[in-house]
Design a protein around this ligand. Structure first.
Ligand code: HEC
Length: 149
């Protein structure tokens, strides 16, 4: 009897503590490459890349961000802010800005065409809308941070 109680307790503890995180959901981007060749990036972006690998791999593969179609500064700002607000994200203070800046820089290199197309589309919508452009994802649950420009 005691053994069963212990087993039930251990199972309950596991269910409570097990990362509810992102394990239950997968994204198409998850199956793509999980690293970026940053050898030609500026030194500070190479350092920021390490922070990105560290902080953005806690709950899901870094492939999810690397192969996503987030590209504009507004999209990355909102996305990283959303991730920071997730429970136990471990993303604090300066790390948020460093990672956001890295993802913006990376998009300007690897997603140049996509970025140009998105910025053009945003500009076509008029200045005010472009300024408040946020993540287009429908699974967005946390309100985006107000645009600071
Ligand atoms: C505390 C756990 C956690 C951390 C840390 C985390 N994520 Fe996530 N991430 C999630 C979960 C859960 C989802 C799926 C649900 C959602 O989109 O909110 C997700 C989804 C995503 C998506 C897909 C979103 C979409 O709807 O298109 C991207 C891109 C992403 N994360 C990038 C990042 C980046 C970049 C970082 C580092 C700054 C990061 N994540 C850190 C938990 C986390």
């Amino acid at each position: 009897m005691k053994k069963i109680l212990v087993a039930v307790f251990v199972l309950a503890a596991f269910l409570v503590c097990a990362p509810s995180y992102a394990a239950d959901q997968t994204f198409p981007a998850d199956s793509g490459p999980a690293t970026i060749d940053v050898s030609k990036y500026p030194k500070e972006q190479q350092a920021a890349y390490k922070l990105f690998l560290d902080k953005c791999s806690t709950c899901h593969t870094t492939a999810r961000a690397i192969n996503s179609d987030y590209a504009t500064p507004a999209e990355w700002q909102a996305l990283v802010d959303k991730m920071r607000h997730k429970r136990y994200s471990g993303i604090h203070g300066a790390a948020q800005k460093t990672i956001t800046d890295f993802l913006i820089y990376d998009s300007s290199v690897r997603k140049k065409d996509l970025l140009a197309a998105k910025l053009k589309a945003a500009a076509g919508q008029g200045e005010s809308k472009a300024a408040s452009a946020t993540v287009s994802s429908s699974s967005m649950t946390t309100p985006a941070a107000p645009a600071k420009n």
